[in-house]
Design a protein around this ligand. Structure first.
Ligand SMILES: NC(=O)c1ccc[n+]([C@@H]2O[C@H](COP(=O)([O-])OP(=O)(O)OC[C@H]3O[C@@H](n4cnc5c(N)ncnc54)[C@H](O)[C@@H]3O)[C@@H](O)[C@H]2O)c1
Length: 407
């Protein structure tokens, strides 16, 4: 029997994380790199029969005209993480994926994202219903062209502007209202990430939101997923500073050492840093970064998270965290840590894990949110557990239950 084939449709397909992931997946396939960083290769997940990386077919949307290979050259020049020999070895694969990357749209993403688009995006001018139809046509053509068994849409696009009104409109809660927003072209009531999610979920495909943008984080889209018997999860990949927060904050709780303040100072360069330099787009990120501390230590904990753009750093982010806490006899003490990581190198394997687990859950007939994937996200949708240790246990328990059923 032929292997199953999974399609992955990437939003932001030529961005830093996506490019790193696509170079990586081909490098692993050719034996040029190990699978280090991939959670799905850990036991017991490696016994589940997750889709092999070589059976995933890639396509997606972008808003910039650069080729995927040139984007990879850019990432290598800035970070030195990919290696020119590896890029040469995977050029044919990157060129072939490049032909499957089409123009997306930037509806309500904010001016700073609009400014990234270096040419006119036709989909931006379509009425919403027609935009959905066009996206769905792109997805279906891709599925048919490659004889795919299923598809997962993966959001790796730039962080959208934070728009609080999107959490207040009737279409946030009600699927009926959401259909109406689309049919009556109420453009101010939906952002690109949610429109993309609507198109994918409506076809019964999966949706994963690695960004802090709203995406499928609405009860209406969750209802759509469940009605179409498919799954989704987000949001905002947990890769660095917040990963540390979700490990360290529970420790203070366990030792009954109240945290008086937690201040985090992040500096980063590259395009992601440039987008997050815009105060409205930055708000989306700050919201999800602070949530972990407040959920674990309580709302009263004083937090201050700063994100600053320092162009020369490129994708090498530095986070300095200063944690002020007290112990016995109310003695005040300080923990400081410095995290220095290459953002895309941290994010790319997790994106691969999420595609594989989301596809697996669909094969298991699971619809709606996927709480067992909480450990991958800063703001896991529908999950109240924020400690990394407990979140990881959710994933282990999930896998063990699946393996037991199989035995
Ligand atoms: N460690 C990490 O890198 C990390 C962790 C958590 C979340 N994220 C999020 O992942 C996303 C990608 O990060 P990155 O470093 O690759 O950024 P990037 O700027 O390199 O890539 C984003 C890509 O999306 C494209 N794009 C923007 N809006 C689009 C739209 N509406 N439709 C299609 N394409 C669009 C851009 O042109 C760009 O190529 C960001 O939202 C970031 O906040 C990254």
């Amino acid at each position: 029997m032929a292997n199953r084939k999974l399609g992955c449709w990437i939003l932001g397909a030529k961005g830093g994380v996506s490019t790193t992931m696509l170079v990586g997946v081909n490098a692993i396939r050719k034996g040029l790199a190990s699978a280090a960083g991939l959670v799905s290769e850990n036991a017991p997940f490696n016994q589940l029969g997750l889709i092999p990386l070589e059976d995933i077919v890639w396509g997606g949307y972008e808003i910039r005209n650069i080729s995927l290979y040139d984007s990879a050259l850019e990432v290598e020049a800035q970070t030195g993480t990919l290696g020119y020999a590896t890029l040469n070895a995977v050029k044919t694969e990157l060129d072939s994926i490049n032909t499957e990357i089409k123009d997306g749209l930037t509806l309500n993403c904010g001016q700073v994202v609009d400014d990234l688009a270096d040419h006119e995006l036709q989909k931006n001018h379509l009425p919403l219903a027609e935009a959905v139809q066009t996206i769905q046509q792109d997805l279906q053509d891709f599925v048919e062209r490659h004889h795919l068994d299923h598809l997962v849409m993966l959001n790796l696009a730039s962080t959208e502007a934070f728009q609080p009104h999107l959490f207040e409109v009737p279409s946030y809660h009600s699927l009926e209202e959401l259909h109406r927003v689309i049919q009556t072209d109420q453009r101010e009531n939906i952002a690109a990430s949610s429109l993309y999610a609507y198109a994918a979920l409506d076809l019964g495909y999966g949706y994963v939101n690695f960004t802090p943008s709203i995406g499928s984080d609405t009860p209406a889209l969750d209802q759509l997923a469940r009605e179409r018997n498919t799954n989704h999860m987000g949001k905002d990949g947990k890769t660095g500073e917040t990963l540390m927060k979700s490990v360290l904050a529970p420790m203070f709780v366990m030792r009954n050492m109240p945290v008086l303040s937690w201040a985090g100072f992040n500096i980063l360069g590259d395009r992601d840093g440039q987008i997050l330099n815009d105060p409205i787009n930055k708000q989306s990120k700050l919201k999800s970064k602070d949530q972990t501390i407040h959920e674990i230590l309580g709302e009263q904990t004083y937090t201050k998270t700063m994100i600053e753009y320092v162009p020369s750093l490129d994708d090498w982010k530095t986070a300095w965290d200063h944690i002020h806490f007290k112990g016995f006899l109310d003695t005040k003490m300080i923990l400081q840590f410095i995290w220095q990581g290459c953002d895309s190198i941290l994010a790319a394997p997790l994106a691969l894990d999420l595609i594989r687990f989301t596809d697996f859950a669909k094969q298991q007939g699971e619809a709606g949110l996927q709480p067992h994937l909480a450990c991958f996200f800063k703001s896991p949708q529908g999950v109240e557990e924020f400690s990394l240790h407990h979140q990881y246990q959710l994933l282990v328990d999930y896998a063990k239950a699946k393996l037991k059923i199989r035995d």
